[in-house]
Design a protein around this ligand. Structure first.
Ligand code: F3S
Length: 445
């Protein structure tokens, strides 16, 4: 069968999609990008916030039209929206032939077989199950950069977050499975591993009795072919001295840390159910910067959490000004049904949330401009991701830039560069988020 896959939501969901694609390919199915050719369409959905749900439903409806307009015989809905709304999907969307929950994606081939035989299949398992699949995933991120998922679910239960209900409690993927996945990726030409989970820093605690991310990282660094390892979704209170030491000393680990902190006001952090305070945040960031002076720090914040006052907003502004994050994103708070925060009093009007977000982003833009300006004159390793033919320039990322969310370097080069190659470049210019540079050919490290 020719199968089209549409993957929505986060990078964790994308890894699940790639595993499903691997299983389907192993079964002899053909993967297509053409919806007019697809006999089976699988939509792997997101249900994180209202907008993500809307996008998922819209995509399902668009793909449902292919059952009458195209050659599509089966429409399968997988992922977080299916986990939360399986009844509604089956009741209200007769075009959907099967639904797959977040912890049953390894059943995808079986679901397709049974749906083809006429059954309307529901494949669901406990949200605390951890599918362990040894398959060569189909890499959808360009062939040289990939996400490596080391855990599933989350135990933190922040009051605004629906993820534990959709994805269960935290389960670490055992070391041997992570390493096998990474080796398979390296053998396929992947050079950059982006380590993901709902949170990566507690990896190991549930299965080994203690946090062992530092050990996992050291083992990943030994894999031939891997050149960059980048850590995403770290919880500040879980960052250990061992982890800082491994980032500092292992050359393959990027001096980059994504650490979503959500807020800085102690009052709001408490209401959010976060287990940290502004003082502790400042301490851990201070330690990271002392130990690894060139570390690039990314965070995300939530604007307009219930009960947030102007004083809390001022706290956040002074925190951003003090810390000077290298990268920062701000989302407006979205109340999610079934979470404690959605039932809290003093919900903030949408226009106030947006105003506060814009104020924070304007502040960060000035900080970011100064930070990128400080990069001019530096010599950096760049992973080249493509070429803009009209302008004759190449586009890449430095260790400071995670895929999809951070900035780019636009490069002049005298010789042709293949996407996925690493080059050494001198930074010659900067704007708020991006850099320009030229490739150095004579440079030796
Ligand atoms: Fe969305 Fe599920 Fe990821 S809700 S953000 S796809 S874990």
């Amino acid at each position: 069968m020719k199968i089209l896959f549409v993957s929505l939501g986060c990078d964790k969901n994308l890894v699940d999609s790639e595993v499903m694609l691997g299983l389907l390919r192993d079964r002899g199915h053909e993967i297509t990008n053409d919806e007019n050719q697809a006999e089976v369409i699988v939509v792997n959905t997101c249900s994180f916030i209202h907008d993500a749900r809307e996008e998922s439903i819209q995509t399902i409806l668009e793909m449902a039209a292919m059952k009458t307009e195209g050659v599509c015989r089966l429409l399968i809905v997988a992922g977080c929206l299916a986990e939360k709304y399986r009844e509604e999907i089956l009741d209200e969307l007769p075009e959907v032939d099967g639904v797959i929950g977040t912890t049953a994606y390894d059943a995808v081939c079986d679901v397709i077989d049974r749906s083809l035989a006429g059954e309307r299949v529901q494949a669901f398992e406990s949200v605390d199950r951890l599918p362990l699949v040894k398959t060569k995933r189909v890499i959808t991120t360009g062939g040289y950069s990939s996400y490596l998922k080391i855990g599933e679910g989350c135990d933190k239960h922040c009051t605004y977050c629906i993820i534990p209900k959709l994805r269960g409690n935290y389960r670490s993927v055992p070391m041997e499975y992570v390493l096998e996945d990474a080796r398979m990726l390296a053998a396929s030409g992947v050079t950059e591993l982006n380590i993901v989970a709902q949170e990566t820093t507690t990896w190991g605690k549930d299965i080994y009795g203690e946090k062992r991310l530092h050990e996992l990282l050291r083992a990943l660094c030994r894999i031939e072919g891997i050149q960059w390892i980048r850590l995403l979704y770290c919880y500040p209170e879980e960052i250990t001295d061992e982890l800082i030491e491994v980032i500092r000393t292992e050359p393959k680990i990027c001096h980059y840390l994504d650490m979503p902190i959500q807020h800085s006001s102690d009052r709001i952090l408490k209401r959010m159910g976060r287990r940290t305070s502004r003082k502790e945040l400042e301490e851990v960031i201070g330690k990271l910067r002392r130990e690894i002076p060139d570390i690039a720090l990314r965070t995300t914040l939530i604007s307009g959490f219930p009960g947030e006052t102007e004083a809390d907003q001022e706290d956040l502004k002074s925190f951003i000004q003090t810390i000077q994050f290298d990268r920062l994103g701000v989302f407006t708070y979205s109340p999610e049904e079934g979470t404690p925060a959605a039932a809290m009093e003093n919900q903030i009007p949408e226009d106030v949330k947006a105003e506060r977000r814009d104020e924070l982003m304007a502040l960060q833009q000035r900080i970011s401009e100064e930070k990128t300006g400080n990069m001019v004159g530096k010599v950096l390793k760049v992973l080249v991701e493509g070429r803009i033919p009209e302008e004759g320039i190449y586009v890449g990322r430095t260790y400071r830039d995670a895929p999809d969310v951070d900035g780019y370097v636009f490069l002049d080069a005298e010789e042709e560069i293949i996407s996925g190659d690493f080059v050494t470049a001198k930074i010659t210019g900067a704007d708020e988020y991006d850099l320009t540079g030229e490739v150095l050919y004579e440079f030796t490290e």
